[in-house]
Write a protein that binds this ligand. Structure first.
Ligand SMILES: C[S@@+](CC[C@H](N)C(=O)[O-])C[C@H]1O[C@@H](n2cnc3c(N)ncnc32)[C@H](O)[C@@H]1O
Length: 270
């Protein structure tokens, strides 16, 4: 099985996505959508951004490598009667069946960054976005002090080194890497722009609750716990992550969690 697919089908990302509903809506609000706009949401998960985009009248296709998430997204769209929101399985490195120039807007929030072969990903995103269209990506930033970058950093210290030639997903959070990839895909360097933005995870419950959710349902964290436990370091990992979640809770309450996380917002005018 493709390890990239196996990682995201492991656990149940929908449990994390439940803490991303308001943040996903805010992201979509910031996109300035028009009714009928054709949107591709790549690495869409269960529709964190695809569903709010469809609620605003866009014609949305969500593509994700994980079958369970595609099914979950389809169920959510169906439950809301959103016939303008479809989900299908696909790999961001090779968007088979998607024609050139077919979307007005391609978005990928914390999605395509996790695919291997980043140059292929950029090439596919540019290929399917029409000239005059737009690409918007949200990517976590390496060594950023906020939640997700820190979870991935701490987790990687407990997992075996990646195979030779592995390109870290976090390189999508480095401006020079992103520009290089989109320019190689045919975009103009002066049409690639960057901004720091914030995504807020929200949950009713103490900060220990989201950590339990990540530990039980988030593939990368599950792998880190498995590796740490087999090396007798499970308790150390738990302590580090507990301290992280505690320090990141900005709700000012012990019974509610609100965690703002910084990301790199990439916009490409195609
Ligand atoms: C952190 S989740 C984000 C999901 C969604 N965008 C959200 O914000 O809730 C990363 C997503 O990227 C998807 N993904 C990872 N590698 C992929 C690939 N090669 N092609 C398509 N999707 C991929 C995963 O299955 C997962 O749904």
């Amino acid at each position: 099985m493709n390890p990239n697919k196996a990682l995201w089908e492991k656990g149940d990302f929908t449990k994390i996505a439940e803490t991303m509903r308001e943040g996903g809506d805010a992201l979509v609000e910031s996109l300035g959508l028009r009714k009928g706009m054709k949107i591709l949401d790549l690495g869409c998960g269960d529709g964190t951004t695809a569903i709010p985009a469809a609620r605003r009248g866009a014609d949305v296709l969500g593509v994700d490598i994980a079958r369970n998430l595609v099914e979950a997204g389809s169920r959510r769209a169906q439950a809301e009667g959103l016939s303008n929101c479809r989900f299908q399985e696909g790999d961001a490195t090779d968007l088979q069946g998607l024609a050139d120039d077919s979307f007005d807007l391609t978005v990928s929030f914390f999605g395509a960054m996790f695919a291997p072969k980043p140059f292929d990903v950029a090439k596919e995103i540019v290929r399917v976005t029409r000239p005059g269209g737009r690409i918007v990506m949200g990517n976590w930033i390496p060594n950023d002090p906020t939640l997700v970058a820190q979870i991935l950093k701490i987790s990687s210290a407990y997992t075996p080194p990646p195979p030779e030639g592995f390109v870290s997903p976090m390189t999508w959070g480095v401006e020079s890497n992103v520009t290089e990839r989109f320019v190689a895909a045919g975009a103009r360097a002066d049409r690639v722009s960057f901004a720091r933005d914030t995504f807020t995870f929200r949950l009713a419950g103490a900060p220990s609750e989201p950590l339990a959710i990540f530990r039980t349902y988030y593939g990368p964290t599950m792998n880190a716990y498995e590796a740490a436990s087999s090396g007798g370091r499970g308790a150390d990992l738990q302590k580090e992550l507990e301290a992280l979640f505690e320090s990141q809770n900005s709700s000012g309450r012990s019974d509610a969690t609100s965690v703002p996380a910084t990301f790199l917002r990439v916009t490409v005018a195609v």
